[in-house]
Design a protein around this ligand. Structure first.
Ligand SMILES: Cc1cc2nc3c(=O)[nH]c(=O)nc-3n(C[C@H](O)[C@H](O)[C@H](O)COP(=O)(O)O)c2cc1C
Ligand code: SF4
Ligand code: SF4
Length: 437
């Protein structure tokens, strides 16, 4: 059986599945039940500074996007950090850590961007026995208007400065949680590294308005007729998060910096994808909010079964395995040629592939053959774009088949070249032409 034990910047947990800082981790009652269900660790709901806690809206705080089967695909929220007293949280954290010494307990923190504010809270957190801290530089609403959260995460110099303070005033490992509301995520990651962070975690939520009420003309969720942007998360954000994790994992300046992967993780497979793209562990929020704490059991069993099937013994065997295969477009092999093939036995003749290819691709799929409805790929027209694969409602009905080197590509009339060749040396590339002259 695969060994799922995780050691993330020295923080040990029985598996790599942590609950992200959010409502599932906002009190001992929740965290205790999460640990009973099997979660390896939690990042406690973000703590604020001492004094009167923040105040949340007293109305709807979520917006959502659903698939056709009403499955939740994206969740938008306008919730702030914890609205409970700091000392109540600290007391509960200490008790939970005592009750569950083998699980990871991380304190998420967001206080004003002032040295004294960080200096004051760190010893209080350290006293709970927490295994580490996560700096919340991601919250995109409410707190950012007060100069915290994403307002810090969008300025690399601030990130570096606060990380430095934290490394100076605590012995606990520091995980810097990044905002995706930025053009190039490598810059805040590099800044966190320069400040001495032990790891980065990403992504926090994405600025979003999920819908507008067309009767009241108010964005949802609507509070007395007005709405504000919130933070988007859930399955819909996974592709954005995966790319950002990969960008940091393959950046020479941050290469090797531990990453806790977050964003849309719902199944063991999602988690595995983050791990192979360079994450050392993963955090989950929306899936737990949608399906409950026990969802971790499918994640543990699924990951373990997959690792057993593939002969991977430990997480180290898989972490980062896909990173060398993430490339820039210009280095993709232009001599690789693939064609779509339709499995006629699986085809239900819905015609979607024909419409998609006919109207937006290369007019390469028949609709009628000899007067009969029949969907077949014309290889002399197919450019191998795989749009048809993605619109076909029957899984694996259309597959992409790579042409063997030496065979004829009927579309171009050229023989498939076995050699790798990319855009940097292509004769149509003006830069390559200039270099050759
Ligand atoms: C209602 C809600 C509240 C959240 N509150 C926090 C928070 O206090 N601190 C924080 O760092 N992230 C917070 N997040 C962001 C999550 O920790 C996580 O980064 C994000 O939801 C992406 O993960 P997911 O797609 O698994 O939900 C919150 C998310 C939601 C949905
Ligand atoms: S791969 Fe693209 S071009 Fe080829 S049949 Fe499918 S949609 Fe058409
Ligand atoms: S989309 Fe798929 S099922 Fe529908 S006609 Fe095309 S190949 Fe057949």
């Amino acid at each position: 059986m695969a060994d799922l034990r995780n050691n993330f910047v020295g923080i040990k947990s029985p598996n790599p599945f942590w609950l992200a800082s959010a409502p599932p981790t906002d009190k001992a009652y929740n965290v205790e039940r999460a640990f009973k269900a099997g979660w390896g660790g939690v990042v406690w709901k973000t703590l604020g500074e001492e004094g009167p806690p923040v105040v949340n809206v007293n109305g709807p705080r979520y917006g959502a996007i659903w698939g056709a089967d009403r499955r939740l695909l994206g969740l938008n929220n306008i919730e702030l950090i914890t609205d409970r007293d700091l000392y109540t949280n600290l007391r509960e954290m200490k008790q939970v850590k005592m009750n569950w010494p083998d699980r990871a307990l991380i304190a998420s923190i967001m206080v004003p961007c002032e040295e004294n504010a960080w200096k004051a809270i760190l010893p209080l957190v350290e006293e709970t026995g927490a295994d580490g801290i996560e700096l919340n530089f991601g919250c995109p609403h409410g707190m950012s208007e007060r100069g915290m959260g994403a307002a810090v995460g969008q300025v690399p110099e601030y990130i570096e400065m606060v990380v430095r303070w934290c490394k100076q005033y605590t012995r606990m490992p520091v995980i810097t949680k990044l905002t995706p509301n930025i053009t190039d995520v490598r810059k805040p990651a590099r800044a966190a590294k320069s400040g001495g962070t032990d790891a980065v975690s990403l992504i926090n939520t994405i600025n979003s308005i999920t819908s507008v009420n067309l009767d009241t003309f108010s964005p949802e969720p609507s509070i007395d007729g007005k709405g504000s942007h919130g933070g988007y998360c859930g399955p819909a954000v996974k592709p954005i998060a995966l790319n950002m994790v990969a960008e940091i994992a393959r950046d020479p300046e941050t290469y090797g910096l531990p990453i806790s992967g977050i964003g849309g993780i719902t199944t063991w497979r999602d988690a595995a994808e983050f791990l192979v793209l360079g994450a050392g562990n993963v955090q989950v929020c929306t899936a737990a909010m949608t399906y409950g704490f026990k969802i971790v059991q499918e994640m543990i069993t699924g990951l373990s079964n997959w690792m057993d099937t593939k002969g991977h013994r430990t997480l180290d065997d898989i972490c980062g395995r896909a990173v060398p295969n993430v490339s820039d477009w210009q280095y993709l092999n232009l001599n690789y040629i693939a064609k779509a093939r339709i499995d006629q036995d699986a085809c239900i003749q819905c015609g979607r592939c024909h419409i998609a290819c006919e109207d937006t691709s290369h007019q390469a799929i028949t609709q009628y053959v000899d007067g009969k409805r029949h969907f077949e790929v014309m290889e002399d027209e197919c450019v191998g774009c795989n749009l048809c694969v993605n619109v076909c409602p029957v899984q694996d009905c259309i597959t992409m088949v790579g042409l063997e080197p030496g065979t004829l590509d009927e579309r171009t009339g050229k023989v498939v070249d076995a050699n790798y060749a990319n855009w940097t040396t292509h004769p149509n590339n003006p830069m390559a032409r200039q270099a050759a002259e």
